[in-house]
Design a binder for this molecule. Structure first.
Ligand SMILES: O=C(O)c1ccc(O)c(O)c1
Ligand SMILES: [Mg+2]
Length: 608
């Protein structure tokens, strides 16, 4: 990639040695050292510098040097003394760039000219020691909080050892215009720091210190920022500086690997032609369940009642294919192999998804560019990416005859009530939501919705939707910080994340449910009060509401259309199917989610 990659140590958890190892292992070329982190190293600064070089990393900068410009005496003189001690430290470490962030002290005096004089003098001191200083505007700086002012100060200082540092968060969070960036001479931009963030209504300082996230995970207009950098012809390091509470408690290597991926993604935003394009994802070709033999029979009984036909079976193995319309489920009850291991760990569960892509070579090239490990070879029926929590994401083109090795048994149902997989809902630990958001956006080029919150009787559930533009591939991802929510109970029951439900689409939910009821499928009972409220909320005809109620259907209306949904009782405790009918409707029935969760909780309490 064009820009050299770096990350600030503040972005990761652990002591300095583990941070640096993770940074090197994830493939970064440089690192910005946060001075605080020196305290977690069991050796002198020289040893830190040596360790960094042994890892093959370049120490891009030491940071931050705070509260420098605009001070009255005697603070001003003291600030220069402090700076000299930083230069000593930098000499020991072996780095030549010091990040100076704008003064936040109430003692700081205003005036760009005054600040320029201070920076000139600091630059002169730095130059004498073969060093440089980069001036960065903090969004909450006392007088200087706009990158244009920081640049103006640097321009007036007019010293070869004084440049500016741009930080996408401080610029984009304030919504500053980017038009001045291309006018800064590239050699005067000493470093560019990048971070994304969710849009939050809060003060800039707590927002920056706790909620920054990786490019591709948030909502800031980073594409515009990258465009402006390209116009400026900047060629130095892109350094991630991610202050985030979640990342600072997550395994450092996982965060570092995501971080490296996010820089590739960022590069692609400005120059899509510099990397393999994302695959066109078409939909879910199949879902594979891992099951023990006894459970496989129960699951297959449920599939049969849902209207699926067992169309194929493996000649020698415990592997069967069930189909209805375009929906295909593989039930794998083999006593060895990947599905078996997965079953041992998670119980009856979805162990793999078959993702249909328009071009397999393109999908694999993209995955390689984004360093997503690919499983392929004689051990695997299809090439696969690593999916959620040890599951697999097989990749296939729509006409791939992956079931050619199976024996045909019976034809699929001629008049299926259920036509296709509408969406798949996964539950994961909260810290994984952002990681998968980045994966799906970058490796697979899918769109990710903003995070929303769904109330569960025992706490909040965070939810995001990942989908293709056509809406033929939809993944809903849920997580919860609260231990008693349904999502969290799923995590503990399944020993990790996984598929919690699969929604199947029908063109006529009343006919579909009548058939299911006839076949003895148990639906999740919905309380009477829901229907009273529904009638009032949308002004529905009583007869219509009675029909919904008879089939335990949840209903939602939006500006454009209508949504109907019903749920099966949970299978093997926590997994279930959903039946949906969409009439010009693109959502997921958010207003009904808490009703459904409460009904499932009641049922769990009864069976406990
Ligand atoms: O939050 C801070 O203090 C801080 C320090 C250094 C930076 O580069 C920055 O963007 C923020
Ligand atoms: Mg910064």
């Amino acid at each position: 990639m064009g820009y050299r990659t770096s990350i600030a140590t503040v972005s990761l958890s652990g002591d300095l040695r583990s941070k640096l190892r993770a940074i090197a292992q994830a493939g970064f070329e440089g690192v910005e050292l946060f001075e605080q982190d020196l305290l977690t190293f069991d050796g002198p600064p020289q040893a830190v510098g040596a360790f960094i070089r042994e890892l093959g990393l370049k120490l891009v900068a030491l940071q931050p040097f705070r509260d420098f410009e605009g001070l009255p005496e005697p603070e001003r003189s003291r600030a220069f003394e402090r700076a000299e001690r930083k230069f000593d430290l930098m000499e020991a470490l072996g780095t030549e760039l010091l990040l100076v962030c704008s003064n936040v002290s109430p003692k700081a005096l205003p005036g760009l000219e005054r600040a320029a004089e201070d920076l000139y003098e600091l630059g002169e001191r730095a130059r004498r020691r073969g060093m440089r200083i980069g001036f960065e505007a903090l969004a909450w700086g006392r007088h200087i909080h706009d990158y244009r002012d920081a640049w103006e100060v640097v321009r007036r200082a007019d010293h070869p050892a004084v440049g500016t540092i741009l930080d996408s968060f401080h610029i984009l969070a304030q919504g500053l215009p980017l038009s001045a960036i291309p006018r800064i001479p590239p050699e005067k931009i000493f470093l560019v720091q990048v971070a994304d963030a969710p849009r939050l209504e809060m003060g800039l300082l707590p927002w920056s210190r706790h909620f920054r996230n990786l490019p591709g995970q948030g909502q800031l207009p980073l594409q515009d920022f990258m465009q402006a950098l390209a116009e400026a012809r900047y060629q130095g390091f892109l350094s991630l500086e991610i202050f985030n509470d979640q990342f600072r408690s997550a395994p450092p290597l996982e965060v570092a690997q995501d971080a490296h991926r996010s820089l590739i993604y960022l590069q692609g935003l400005a120059q899509p032609q510099s990397q393999p394009p994302p695959p066109r994802c078409l939909g879910v070709g199949f879902v594979e369940f891992a099951a023990g033999e006894g459970e496989a029979a129960l699951l297959e009984d449920l599939l049969a009642r849902l209207g699926f036909a067992c169309t194929h079976r493996h000649p020698t193995r415990q592997v069967r294919l069930w189909q209805q319309g375009e929906a295909r489920f593989v039930v794998n009850a083999e006593p060895e192999g990947f599905a078996h291991s997965y079953h041992l760990l998670h119980g009856t569960a979805v162990c793999a998804l078959g993702l249909e892509v328009a071009s397999l070579p393109q999908a694999l090239a993209r995955a390689r560019a984004y360093r997503a490990p690919i499983l392929e070879g004689p051990d695997w029926p299809l090439p696969a990416l690593q999916g959620l929590e040890g599951s697999l994401l097989y990749l296939l083109e729509p006409d791939t005859p992956w079931w050619a090795g199976l024996e045909p048994l019976s034809p699929p149902p001629a008049q299926p009530h259920l036509r296709r997989i509408d969406h798949i809902a996964q539950v994961m630990p909260p810290a994984k939501l952002l990681s998968w958001r980045l994966f799906y956006r970058s490796v697979l080029g899918l769109e990710a919705s903003d995070l929303t919150e769904i109330p569960d009787p025992k706490g909040l559930i965070e939810s995001q939707v990942v989908q293709n533009p056509e809406g033929t591939l939809r993944l809903v991802q849920n997580a919860s910080q609260h231990t008693e929510t349904l999502a969290s109970r799923f995590l503990s029951a399944y020993y990790g994340g996984g598929v919690q439900h699969i929604a199947l689409e029908t063109p006529d939910i009343f006919a579909a449910l009548a058939a299911l009821e006839e076949a003895g499928v148990e639906l999740l009972p919905i309380p009477e009060t829901y229907y009273l409220d529904l009638e009032a909320r949308y002004g529905l005809a009583p007869d219509f509401v009675q029909t919904l109620k008879r089939h335990q259907i949840l209903y939602e209306q939006s500006e454009e259309g209508e949504f109907f949904q019903a749920y099966t009782q949970t299978f093997a405790d926590l997994f279930f199917f959903e039946i949906v009918e969409r009439r010009n409707y693109q959502g997921f029935g958010a207003s009904n989610a808490s009703v459904r969760i409460a009904a499932q909780m009641r049922r769990l309490a009864q069976s406990a």
